[in-house]
Design a protein around this ligand. Structure first.
Ligand code: DGJ
Length: 700
C-alpha cells in the first residue's frame, strides 16, 4: 500500500510548502525575495507542477510577483498590506529572509526574519484530518533589545483566489434587530473593506465572507470562504485588481490603531480560517458547521436546553414572586433552563442605573437569588442569570467608587449609549474584579448558565499616560475571553450564552468559550427567517438561540400563529420568551406539545447536517439530516400566501434516491428518488404565516 501523503510537507528544493485536507490542497512557494507567495488553494492537484500565478500585467513597469501570504509593505506591493511596521529610525515595512519551515503534526510554520532589523514573523497554518478548514495566524516577535517597534497592522492571514472569470462577494450586514442579512453582490474592481470599529464583533458586519465566480448556488459550484475568530474590532480588505486578481487580508483592529512591540515580545493574532468547497454555499456551510462543532464549540455533544427567558415578558420589572410564577409555567411546558434576565441587581429598575452593582435588589429579591435558584432547581430546571459585566451606569456604586475604571479619554466628553459606559477590562484590576464578581455569583447562587450581554460599543478609547494606549482594543477582548475560559474551567458544567444587544458579538472567538449566541433582539418569526438564514452561513443551528415570544411581536407589531413562531424557533436552539402568564390554556397546551416535538428532533437540529431549501410560492425550508441519513426533520415556512395557491411539492435533494422514507406523522411512505426529484406535498394551512414540520425515517 502506498504511504499516505502527509497533511503538511515542505520541499526544500522547490521551496514548496503544501497543506492537504480531504478535499483541497493549499500550496505556498517561497519567493526569490524570501517572502512566502501564494501558489494554490482549491481542488486536489499536484502543486509541484504549478508555476507561480504572476499578475497578467507583469512587466518591467509594474513587476508584481505572485500574491503574498502576508504582504509586508515593501517592494512593488501596492495592495492592502497585511503587515505594517515602523522601526525606531523611521524605516517602514519588512524585507524577509526565509529561515525555514517548522512542521509539527498538522501545523506548519514559515519562519521569517527581517534582513536588517530585529523583527521575526511566523506565518502559521494548521490542518486537521477530518476537515477542509485551514486555520491560519501570525506571530510577530521583536528579537532585539533596544527600542520598541510600532505595529500599524498585523493581519492573521491573506488569502488569494485562483483567476476566475468574475468574482462575487457574499457577506453579512445588518444592525440591531436586523442582524445577519446575507448580501451577495458582484465584487467591484476596488478595495472593499468589511470592518468593525466598535470593540465588538458588530451588528453591522460579521467577520465571515465567501467568494465565488458568480455561478455558485446552494448545491453546486466552487466557494472560498473565511472566518476570523475575534470578538473585538477587526478589518478584512478584499482587493480585486483591474487585471483580475483577487486577494483579501484580515485580522484584529481597525484602521488608525497602532501597537508597540517591546523588545522580546511576541504579538499573536487571532485565527483566521479558510475553507474551499466545491459543493456550493450549502456544502461550504455544512463544512463550517462540522468544523465549528469539532474544533470551536466547547461542548458540542451536549444538548442545548430548551430555555425560558423573562426579558420580553417582564422587562426590568422582575421580582421573586413574578419569576417564580413564570418558572412554574415554564417547567410545565417542558422548559429545561430558566434564565433571569436584566433588572435583578443594584438600583436597576430601568436602564438608567445600577449596572456594575451585582448584588440582588433587596426590594425584588429580599433574600437574594438563592431562593429563586433553589425553586427553579426544584422544578427540575437549570438556573441561568443575565449579566453585563463589561458595563457600568454612571448612577451606580461601582462608578462612584471607580470612575477611572471606564474606557475614557479625560479631555473628551464621554459618549453614553443606553445610558452606560464601558469598563476597561485591559486594566488588570478591572479584569480581576469582573472575574471575582462572576465567580461569586455562580458559586453562591448555584448558577448553571450565564447570559453574558454587552449593550454598547467602545467610544473615546484612551489610556492616559499609557505607553501603548491602543492595546486596549486587543487587551479588553482577550480579558473577556480569559474570564469566560476561567469560569468554565473553575465551574465544570457551567454554560455561557454570548449576547451583545442581540447578535453583536457572534464570531468563532466567542463561540470557542460559549455554548450558543443570542441571535437578535428581533424575535418576529418572519424577520427571523432571513436572520437565521444569514447566521447559518457559518454557524450551526445548535449555536443559534431562537425564542418563541408573544404575538403581536414586541418589535414589529406583527401577529403570527403560535405554531409558526415555534416552527421558526425550532430551527435553532429553542427558547421561550413570552409572558406565559397571559397565554391561554390552549396556547400552553399547544406550546407543551411543540416543546416535546422539538425535543424529538433536537438531535437532528443540533447535531445533524443542515440543508437550506427554497421551494415555490415563497416557501423556504431547512432540512436537518442525521449523519447516518436515517432520520430527517424538515421545517418549512411560508410567511405570505399568494393567490391562495398551494406551493409546489418541496424537493429534498439531501435524501438518498435508493432509500425509502416514512413520514412519521402521516405514516405515508415515499421513495427517495420521488422526494428528491418531485418533492413532498407541504399541505400548508391556508393564509399567511403557514409552516410545517415533516419528520422522515428511512425504512430500508
Ligand atoms: C439586550 C439583550 O439582547 C436582551 O435579550 C436583554 O437581555 C436586554 N439586553 C437586557 O437589557
Amino acid at each position: 500500500m502506498p504511504a499516505a501523503t502527509p497533511a503538511v510537507s515542505f520541499d526544500p528544493a522547490l521551496g514548496l510548502a503544501v497543506l492537504r485536507t480531504p478535499n483541497s490542497v493549499y500550496a505556498i512557494r517561497i519567493g526569490a525575495d524570501g517572502s512566502p507567495r501564494h501558489l494554490h488553494w482549491g481542488p486536489v492537484l499536484d502543486p509541484a507542477a504549478l508555476t507561480a500565478p504572476h499578475s497578467p500585467a507583469d512587466s518591467s513597469f509594474e513587476a508584481e510577483a505572485a500574491a503574498d501570504e502576508l504582504a509586508p509593505q515593501t517592494g512593488a506591493r501596492f495592495g492592502p498590506a497585511g503587515l505594517q511596521v515602523r522601526f525606531a529610525d523611521g524605516t517602514i515595512g519588512a524585507q524577509w529572509d526565509f529561515l525555514g519551515p517548522r512542521i509539527t503534526g498538522g501545523e506548519l510554520r514559515l519562519r521569517l526574519a527581517d534582513r536588517r532589523y530585529p523583527l521575526a514573523a511566523d506565518l502559521c497554518y494548521r490542518v486537521r484530518p477530518d476537515s477542509d478548514v485551514i486555520e491560519r495566524w501570525t506571530e510577530l516577535t521583536h528579537t532585539g533589545e533596544d527600542a520598541p517597534i510600532t505595529v500599524h497592522r498585523l493581519d492573521s492571514a491573506s488569502w488569494t483566489l485562483p483567476r476566475l472569470a468574475d468574482y462575487r462577494l457574499s457577506h453579512l450586514v445588518g444592525g440591531w434587530n436586523s442582524e445577519f442579512q446575507l448580501q451577495r453582490d458582484r465584487l467591484p474592481v476596488a478595495e472593499t473593506t468589511l470592518t468593525s470599529r466598535r470593540g465588538l464583533t458588530g451588528h453591522h458586519a460579521s467577520p465571515w465572507l465567501a467568494l465565488d465566480d458568480g455561478t455558485a448556488d446552494e448545491e453546486y459550484g466552487e466557494v472560498w470562504s473565511t472566518a476570523l475568530a475575534w470578538s473585538g474590532s477587526w478589518r478584512i480588505t478584499v482587493h480585486r485588481d483591474p487585471v483580475g486578481r483577487t486577494t483579501w487580508t484580515g485580522g484584529f483592529g481597525h484602521e488608525g490603531l497602532s501597537w508597540r512591540l517591546a523588545p522580546g515580545e511576541t504579538l499573536h493574532t487571532p485565527v483566521f480560517s479558510g475553507l474551499y468547497s466545491a459543493d456550493g454555499f450549502g456544502g461550504a456551510s455544512r463544512a463550517w458547521h462540522a468544523h465549528v462543532r469539532s474544533q470551536v464549540l466547547p461542548e458540542p455533544e451536549r444538548d442545548r436546553p430548551v430555555l425560558y427567558n423573562s426579558w420580553e415578558a417582564t422587562g426590568f420589572a422582575v421580582d421573586e414572586a413574578g419569576q417564580r410564577r413564570l418558572a412554574k409555567l415554564a417547567a410545565g411546558l417542558g422548559v429545561e433552563l430558566f434564565v433571569l434576565d436584566d433588572g435583578w441587581f443594584g438600583a436597576r429598575t430601568s436602564d438608567l442605573a445600577g449596572l456594575g452593582d451585582w448584588t440582588p435588589r433587596p426590594a425584588a429579591f429580599p433574600d437574594g437569588l438563592r431562593p429563586l435558584a433553589d425553586e427553579v432547581h426544584r422544578l427540575g430546571m437549570d438556573f441561568g442569570l443575565w449579566v453585563e459585566p463589561e458595563m457600568v451606569n454612571r448612577d451606580s456604586d461601582l462608578y462612584r467608587a471607580h470612575p477611572d475604571w471606564v474606557v475614557h479619554t479625560p479631555t473628551r466628553d464621554a459618549t453614553e449609549l443606553r445610558n452606560q459606559l464601558m469598563l476597561n477590562f485591559a486594566l488588570p484590576e478591572v479584569e480581576a474584579w469582573a472575574h471575582a464578581t462572576l465567580d461569586r455569583l455562580v458559586a453562591e447562587n448555584g448558577v448553571d448558565w450565564i447570559k453574558w450581554d454587552a449593550n454598547r460599543p467602545v467610544t473615546e478609547a484612551g489610556r492616559p499616560g499609557h505607553p501603548d494606549p491602543d492595546r486596549l482594543w486587543i487587551d479588553h477582548t482577550r480579558a473577556v475571553h480569559r474570564i469566560m475560559d476561567r469560569l468554565r474551567a473553575d465551574h465544570p458544567g457551567l454554560r455561557i450564552e454570548a449576547c451583545a444587544g442581540g447578535g453583536a458579538r457572534v464570531d468563532l472567538g466567542v463561540l470557542a468559550r460559549t455554548d450558543q449566541a443570542w441571535t437578535s433582539d428581533n424575535t418576529d418569526p418572519v424577520d427571523r427567517i432571513s436572520i437565521q438564514h444569514g447566521f447559518s452561513q457559518l454557524l450551526p443551528a445548535q449555536a443559534m438561540a431562537a425564542w418563541v415570544t408573544d404575538s403581536p411581536n414586541v418589535t414589529t407589531g406583527r401577529t403570527t400563529p403560535l405554531r409558526f413562531r415555534f416552527h421558526v424557533s425550532m430551527a435553532g436552539a429553542l427558547g421561550l420568551g413570552g409572558d406565559l402568564t397571559h397565554w391561554t390554556e390552549e396556547e400552553l397546551t399547544e406550546a407543551a406539545e411543540l416543546v416535546a416535538r422539538y425535543k424529538e428532533i433536537r438531535p437532528l437540529v443540533q447535531r445533524g447536517e443542515q440543508h437550506r431549501l427554497t421551494g415555490s410560492g415563497g416557501v423556504t425550508a431547512v432540512h436537518y439530516a442525521a449523519a447516518d441519513g436515517a432520520e430527517h426533520a424538515v421545517l418549512a415556512f411560508r410567511p405570505t400566501t399568494r393567490f391562495g395557491h398551494q406551493p409546489a411539492p418541496l424537493r429534498l435533494p439531501a435524501l438518498d434516491s435508493r432509500a425509502r422514507y416514512r413520514d412519521l406523522d402521516t405514516g405515508e411512505e415515499y421513495g427517495g428518488a420521488q422526494l428528491r426529484h418531485r418533492g413532498i406535498e407541504l399541505r400548508l394551512p391556508a393564509g399567511d404565516h403557514a409552516s410545517r414540520l415533516i419528520r422522515l425515517r428511512r425504512v430500508d
